[in-house]
Design a protein around this ligand. Structure first.
Ligand SMILES: [Zn+2]
Length: 111
């Protein structure tokens, strides 16, 4: 009985490690995905990164219908931090929206 329990515990620990490895691998993969064309993305921060993960971009794009949330334009779209990154805004689904470049510039100028 004791041996059995020990075996289960070990299995649990191994599984936990396995899940951690997966999460780490996914994180690394996302970081790689975020590194866009050279020059455009210079920052290489980690957790507190202004980079927006691919999955967040996908979800925001779907939520906002692939159009600027201000004027509905479908051209020159950018992912905008609703609460600016410089003010502590995170690169999360809730804090990112689609804005076209002109609307984004207008917003930036008003902050
Ligand atoms: Zn717009």
């Amino acid at each position: 009985m004791f041996e059995y329990e020990e075996g289960v515990t070990e299995l649990g620990a191994n599984y936990f490690r396995y899940v951690q490895d997966l999460a780490e691998a996914a994180e690394k993969w996302e970081e790689k995905e975020q590194c866009g064309p050279p020059g455009r993305v210079a920052e290489t921060g980690r957790a507190a990164s202004r980079h927006i993960p691919m999955n967040v971009k996908h979800n925001v794009w779907r939520r906002d219908g692939g159009a600027c949330v201000e004027c509905g334009s479908r051209e020159r779209l950018e992912y905008d931090h609703i609460l600016p990154f410089s003010k502590g805004g995170a690169s999360t689904y809730r804090n990112v929206q689609l804005l076209c470049e002109p609307c984004n510039r207008t917003k930036s100028a008003s902050i």
